[in-house]
Ligand binder design. Structure first.
Ligand code: CA
Length: 229
């Protein structure tokens, strides 16, 4: 099974570290290990990892301190490996920005399941915040920012969701009903011509005064965002 996620394992019990490493490699993960906190922190800060598994009781710098320092500069997902019954560790770890924890002794299945959940969330987050573009139009969802030809454009919340939906489905014609469902939600009870009204607002902001129109009406079907060639 091929899986390109790279995991940093910071664990001073070498036997356990080796066991976890082999299991992770068997699942297709790439793994690098550190046996003390200071080295682990340096490696994490160096970047290039998708996830860190972080033991708490570590030589040189304990796991909590590693996490605290790491969070100043990095949002790298972290799963803490805590000792049994160390309730304080779990609470403190989550407070300090750990994404999850497993309690030792853990089953490898449980660890793998938690890793999958954290990585899936991370990839959904990346997708959600990726910048969308069409020709010289660009939408940055994480900053709620829209520009065309480098010029910033102010949109209302609804106009923004409408544009984002059209961009996510770039070159696909969306019907009024599809747009209503995606932008206004299933429970919208008004007229479908609210879509036409908002399309008009949006067009006025993103297409005028540009020559290269991006937002097109497909008569009798709906609307599409695409570059005319
Ligand atoms: Ca330890």
């Amino acid at each position: 099974m091929e899986n390109l996620s790279k995991i940093l394992l910071v664990e001073d019990e070498e036997k356990l570290a080796r066991f976890v490493e082999l299991e992770l490699m068997h699942e297709g993960y790439r793994v690098e290990k550190a046996f003390d906190g200071r080295v682990g922190l340096e490696m994490a800060e160096g970047g290039g990892y998708d996830l860190m598994l972080l033991d708490i009781m570590l030589p040189s710098l304990n796991g909590m301190e590693v996490l605290r320092r790491l969070r100043k500069t990095s949002a790298l997902p972290v799963i803490m490996l805590t000792a049994r019954d160390a309730v304080m560790d779990k609470v403190t770890g989550l407070d300090m920005g750990a994404d999850d924890y497993v309690t030792k002794p853990f089953s490898i299945e449980e660890l793998l399941a938690r890793i999958r959940v954290v990585l899936r969330k991370q990839s959904a987050l990346k997708k959600e915040s990726a910048v969308l573009t069409c020709a010289d139009l660009s939408v940055d969802p994480s900053r709620h920012q829209v520009t065309r030809g480098g010029r910033e454009i102010e949109l209302t919340g609804r106009e923004f969701s409408l544009l984002k939906t059209l961009l996510e489905n770039k070159t696909l014609v969306l019907t009024r009903e599809q747009l209503l469902e995606k932008v206004w939600g299933y429970d919208y009870l008004g007229e479908t011509n609210v879509v036409d009204v908002y399309i008009r607002y949006l067009r006025g902001k993103i297409d005028d005064p540009f020559e290269n129109k991006l937002l097109h009406t497909v008569r009798g079907v709906g609307y599409v965002l695409r570059e005319e060639t």
